[in-house]
Design a protein around this ligand. Sequence first.
Ligand code: HEC
Length: 427
Amino acid sequence: MLNQTEGGRRAAPHASTCLTLLLLLSASLFSAAAWATETAEAAKPFRVCADPNNLPFSNRQQEGFENKIAEVLARGLGQAVAYTWWPQRRGFLRSTLNAGKCDVVMGLPADIDMVLTTQPYYRSIYAFVYPADAPYDLSSFDDPLLKELKVGVHLIGDDYTNSPPAHALSKRGIVDNVVGYSVFGNYADPNPPGKIIEAVANREIDAAIVWGPIGGYFAQQQATSLRVVPVASQDESPSLLLAYDIALGVRKSDEALKNTLNGLLTRHAKEIQQILVDYGVPGITLQPTEPHDPQPGTAVPDTQLPQASNGQPTESRGEAGQEVTNGLVKLNPYTGNPEAINEGEELYKLLNCYSCHGLHGGGGMGPDLTDEEWKEGTGDDTRVMDQVMTGRNKMPGYDGVITEEEAWKVIAYVRTLYKGDPSTIEW
Ligand code: HEC
C-alpha cells in the first residue's frame, strides 16, 4: 500500500484544501462558542459540514471519499448523515462547525488548533504530476530541472499566502518559472482544485506539485496519461516534509464526541482504509519509486551484528530458544536510543503503521502492539524485524520501502509502546 507511488492511480483528497483552510483559519480570529455537548442518540443525525463542490473530498452528490467515510462513521452510530453545505473558504469553521450548523468537519489537518481534532485517519503527501511521456523524472525539489520547467503550484489567496510547495520552491530560488493556480479557482466550475492538473494534461505547464489526493484523483480523470510521484524526502528534515496527518474536527467543547469518533475510527479503520485505497489516495513512500542501492552499512552481516544496547549477553538470549545466528540473536542496535526512537515514531506515522495498529499501538485492524501476546513466536527482535520487512497475512512487508536501519528504528519505537509484563521482555 505504501508503495503505490505513481502511475496516476492514486487520488489524494483534501490536502490542499485542508491546508488552505489551515492557513486561512489561522489568519482569522474567532471565539469558540461553547456548545452544549449533546449525547449521541440514534434518532439524531450525524451532522457534517462539507464543501458541495470539492472532489475528491466531497460534493453535494456525496461522491467524495470524505462523504463515504462520513457514511461509515454515521452507520457505526446508527445514524444517518445530514449535511450542511458550505464552501471551504475563509471563515469556514467559524461559520459552520463553530456556529453549531453541524457537529463534525471531515478532513482537517490533525494539528489545526481552532477545533478539537480526533486521531488521524490518513496521512498523505505532496506529489509531482507530469505527463507519463515526459523526458524527465521528477521526485525532488532539488532537481535542477525545476529551474527550467514551467511548474504549477496551488496558491491560496490573492495575498499569495503560499502553499507548502510554493514555499519550498521559492526557498530554492525557483520563482520565475512557477505558475500559480488559485486553489479556489472559479467556484462556478466543478471541482476548482482540479484545474491545475488539467493544465498539465493540456501541456500548458510541464509539471504540477499538488497535495497527493488531488493529484492522484484528477490525474485519473485526464485523457493524457500522467504520473503522480510523491515528493521525496529531502534536506529539510527526516520528519518528512510535506506530509500531513488528516483528522476529523469537532467543537472544542465536544470532548465526548471526539472520543466517540476516535473509537469509530479505530473500529472502522479497515473500511476507511479501503475507501482511501479506492480513491487512490497516495500512501507514503520514503524513497522514490526506483529501487535504490542499499545504503552502505544498512545490511549488517551476521558476523557484525550489533550488540544489544542494553548490554545483555547474547548467550542468555540464545538460551531463551530464539533464532540464533552465528551464536548471536540479531538484536536491535537502537533499543532505548532516544534519537532513533523519535525517528522511529515519525516512521510509524509516515508508514501508516498507525492506521492498522493504532496511533499508540493499541491495535485496530492489526494486533495490539502494547501487550505480551505475539501472533507468531516470542516477539523477539529478529522475529519482529522479519514481520516488518516480509509482512505476514494482512500486514504488508516493507522490504524495498525502508532500509533495515529504518526498520530497526521503527521497531525501537514500537518497543516503547509495550505495557506488558516486563519480565517477558525479550529485547
Ligand atoms: C494493513 C494493516 C497493517 C499495517 C499498515 C501494518 N501492520 Fe503490522 N500487522 C498487521 C496485522 C494484520 C498483523 C498480524 C499479522 C499476522 O497474523 O501475523 C500485524 C502484525 C504486526 C506485528 C506483530 C504483532 C503481533 O502481535 O504478532 C508487529 C510488531 C507489527 N505488525 C508492526 C508493524 C509496523 C512497525 C508497521 C509499520 C511499519 C506495521 N505493522 C504496519 C497489520 C498491519
